[in-house]
Design a protein around this ligand. Structure first.
Ligand code: ARG
Length: 516
């Protein structure tokens, strides 16, 4: 009976996206440790009844369940900030030493037991306040000086920038591994002659490797895009404060080199953000990052769709490894490409995150608004979805095989060599538009006679079509047959970047070299 009458929200945070590090809900122990009566350390102006007094408000406002994964970036930013404070004389060297030591200890404690770290207190709202509170608990007054000249607004803006660079590096490595998997499959099965498709109708013959390297190229571009976008405008928001900067003698330029040293160059910024209001109000970086992820997800989804079709009984071009297909609970014969379908499906999640971010920003006044806290939820979820999909895609590719027999069995259908025949006529001096017309009539002749291949026609047939189009009777010679048949055609392509044998080998060599 009891549970039916429960109309309030269940305990725990309202949403728990993702499964990766830091996106777990606060543990039961953390929740029960909530102190509902003591005001939050930064809510003294309110007297006793702060936002911690209502557990629902506490849960609603927290971001700890997802921003915990910023802890290393938060600590790096704090150390750089503290060093700057010491350099300008706002704290002593002794205090700096204690702050650094305390923060490093906290970092080690969290790294050793991420979920179980006792400093995670949901009533403190977020990663920033938990780390600061733990520092104060450890070292006392020097810890209370860390936040001098800083706000969570510039702090979180910096953290996210640092995280995005690292996140982009991770995705970049996964993109590279997927390209390597495509390269390996291309080395193995890449010379198999197969049809290409436009409009999903048979187009021209290609080699399988050219198509594999087409995906590899798309993922290369996706990586380049991500690298550029994850840097944002290259400016560092730390020192922008809550909105207006600070009356204290902060040295924002010194922070840049301190951050760079601390992170071995990973956190290199070109300049301090030039406007403190924009710096704390902007989430362009989050949107850019998720857009870059959305583009990677889009390519993953197209790839998945292609291979789902290729793995069908109707096509049978590709055989997927048993690990990446699933059976049906009812139909015993089934081998469904579920993993590819889920890669395609999760693209929707990433697009949704991008839309959520854009929508989140559109109605905000300039300056920080708490809506902006939601950015991380979307950035992390999009990142995790793409990272997982990329890793899985690489495994699917590594274990897949092209079925040469199935592919060649159907190769004679669809007049794949028609364009090649037109090219031959062009080489014989026929204007292309006329050549197109001649080949069109020859295809029609084949269909009327029940022939499936142009090479089944006699030389006289070719020349008859030429004369019908007002071309010389001897336009075609015996050599025309060397321009026909998919196996001949893939040897003839010579334009740079082509999808025939030469083009494939050249691209393969280039990719081998790039990937080392
Ligand atoms: N957790 C917050 C966020 O992610 C930190 C900033 C809070 N700032 C504030 N003015 N309440 O955005």
């Amino acid at each position: 009976m009891g549970h039916c009458s429960e109309t309030r929200l269940p305990p725990g945070p309202l949403t728990f996206p993702g499964l990766a590090e830091g996106s777990q809900p606060p543990s039961a122990a953390t929740l029960s440790a909530m102190n509902q009566t003591t005001p939050k350390p930064w809510e003294h102006a309110k007297g006793a009844a702060g936002s911690g007094a209502d557990p629902l408000a506490t849960r609603f406002v927290e971001s700890l369940s997802f921003d915990r994964r910023l802890y290393r970036h938060d600590i790096a930013g704090s150390i750089a900030h503290a060093r700057m404070l010491a350099a300008v004389g706002l704290i002593t060297q002794l205090e700096l030493g204690e702050i650094e030591h305390g923060l490093r200890q906290i970092e080690a404690e969290i790294a050793a037991d991420f979920d179980g770290w006792k400093g995670w207190k949901v009533e403190l709202e977020d990663v920033h306040m938990c780390i600061e509170a733990a520092l104060i608990e450890k070292i006392g007054d020097p810890g209370r000086k860390l936040h001098t000249g800083r706000s969570r607004n510039d702090q979180v803006a910096l953290d996210l920038r640092l995280w995005a660079r690292e996140g982009a590096g991770q995705v970049q490595a996964l993109l590279t591994d997927l390209r390597r998997a495509l390269l390996e499959l291309a080395e193995r099965d890449g010379r198999i002659v197969m049809p290409s498709y436009t409009h999903l109708q048979r187009a021209q013959p290609i080699v399988a490797g050219a198509e594999l390297l087409a995906w590899a190229r798309a993922f290369e571009v996706a990586g380049q895009r991500l690298e550029v976008l994850a840097r944002g405008d290259g400016t560092c928001p730390l020192g922008a404060g809550a909105i207006a900067g600070s009356a204290l003698p902060l040295d924002r330029r010194a922070v840049l080199s301190l951050l760079e040293q601390l992170t071995d160059g990973a956190a290199a910024f070109d300049a301090p953000s030039p406007n403190s209001i924009e710096a704390t109000a902007s989430r362009d970086l989050a949107v850019d990052y998720v857009y870059a992820l959305a583009m990677a997800a889009m390519w993953l989804s197209r790839f998945a769709e292609q291979w789902i079709i290729y793995a069908s009984t109707e096509f049978g071009f590709i055989r997927l490894d048993g690990r990446y297909t699933t059976g049906s609970s009812m139909m015993p014969q089934k081998r469904n490409p579920d993993m590819l379908e889920l890669i395609r499906g999760r693209c929707g999640d990433v697009y949704g995150r991008l839309t959520a971010l854009l929508t989140m920003c559109k109605g905000l006044t300039i300056g920080y608004n708490r809506d902006l806290q939601e950015d991380k939820r979307h950035v992390f979820a999009a990142h995790d979805a793409v990272a997982d999909s990329l890793e899985l895609a690489a495994r699917i590719v590594r274990t897949a095989r092209f079925d040469e027999d199935r592919i060649s069995a159907g190769l004679d259908h669809g007049f794949l060599d028609a364009t090649s025949l037109a090219d031959y006529l062009v080489m014989r001096g026929v204007p292309f538009r006329t050549a197109h017309q001649i080949v069109g009539s020859l295809v029609r002749t084949c269909e009327q006679r029940g022939l499936i291949k142009l090479e089944q026609l006699a030389l006289d047939d070719f020349n008859a079509a030429c004369t019908a189009a007002d071309c010389a009777a001897g336009t075609c010679a015996e050599e025309v047959y060397a321009w026909l048949g998919p196996a001949n055609v893939v040897r003839r392509y010579q334009s740079e970047g082509n999808a025939g044998l030469d083009g494939f080998e050249a691209q393969l060599a280039r990719l081998r070299q790039t990937l080392g």
